[in-house]
Design a protein around this ligand. Sequence first.
Ligand code: ADP
Length: 433
Amino acid sequence: MNQDWRGVVIRRLLLLIAACLLVGLVSGEYAWSLVVGLGAYLGWTLSQLLRLHNWLKHHQTDQPPPDGYGLWGEVFDSIYHLQRRDQRVRGRLQAVIDRVQESTAALNDAVVMLDNDGNLEWWNRAAETLLGLKTPQDSGQPVTNLVRHPRFKDYFELPAHPEPLELISPVNDRMHLQFHITQYGNGEHLMLVRDVTRMHQLEQMRKDFIANVSHELRTPLTVIAGYLETLLDNVDDVNPRWLRALQQMQQQGGRMQNLLNDLLLLAKLEATDYPSDNQPVAVDLLLLSIKGDAQALSNERNHRISLDADHNIRLKGSEAELRSAFSNLVFNAVKYTPDNGEIRVRWWADEHGAHLSVQDSGIGIDAKHLPRLTERFYRVDSSRASNTGGTGLGLAIVKHVLLRHRARLDISSVPGKGSTFTCHFAPAQVVRR
Ligand code: ADP
């Protein structure tokens, strides 16, 4: 009903005043009849207001409003309709929330909602199994108190979490979990936790398989290489027709041995996240000895190798691992730089940490290969690699060693002009003499 209530109220008021004036005309008391008439109207209005107040205060759900007359009846009905509409909307919202909660409860992955201080707000059933959260005791607890792992604390405190974190479950040390944190709203966090034990086992099987095969192949290869060496030592007894074949067999045997050694080294590097050794390493002396080896490798190819190393800066880590990473970079520079080329090795530190750069004036690498260069067996040009006797694992080893020493590798190169490989180490790894 869409009436003009303002007109109705004014008309009724005018009617009431007219009636009062009529009574005044009959009785001769205009003022009194007006006071009594308007007072009665005010009293009736106040009584309606009180009924509305009582109904709003004491009414049960779905209890209809009291009957009202005129504008008051309209006000009662409108409030009642608003309430009903609000209840229906709330019911629908509750149904959506219930469905979302039911579906997340049925997930195998844990879903945990945290407030902006990292305190637990809500979690699903899987979070209880994977993380051991207890309902309702743990509600409001800081998540770092419940997942007590230094790496989790560091990860949680990062400003952004583009990469997931893998950890052992706090309730079962045979279970591997992957944590992924997303920030939303007003600094709140949504934490998703997946059980990746199966993936972890498969990855472990792959690593073990490569390590075992490499290990098992080592002995037969040593025997074959040994016999080939004996045969070639007694070159006079060997039929000249076989000489070239034997030399090639020895060369390829050597390549296979290098390959197995590199595979075993990679398997060893993958077995743990950090080097067991964390002593300050004198990088200048290490580079000096690598320079000597590189000169021997260059031999008659006559490369000019220069070394500029700050002897005040040492690096925390494993000397053996750093030696294999740095020598891979320097030997690559020798391998991929034409005769008489120039190689510069520099070791220095600044406010960003310590840096090692190996710059050569060699054949260079096309920009399209750079992102994939540290993948295992990735080669820019297979004919190039077979000439140099490379295994294709050198830069993969460099990447792994650097990861374990909190460092990253930067590669810049111009085809035909040369390449620069730079390792950047975090300030925390640097020790000044
Ligand atoms: P490899 O044992 O074949 O040298 P690496 O992993 O050490 O394997 O290197 C991968 C590829 O990167 C090499 O095959 C080579 O093509 C390229 N490369 C590495 N270092 C250099 C360099 N200093 N100059 C040019 N190319 C390089």
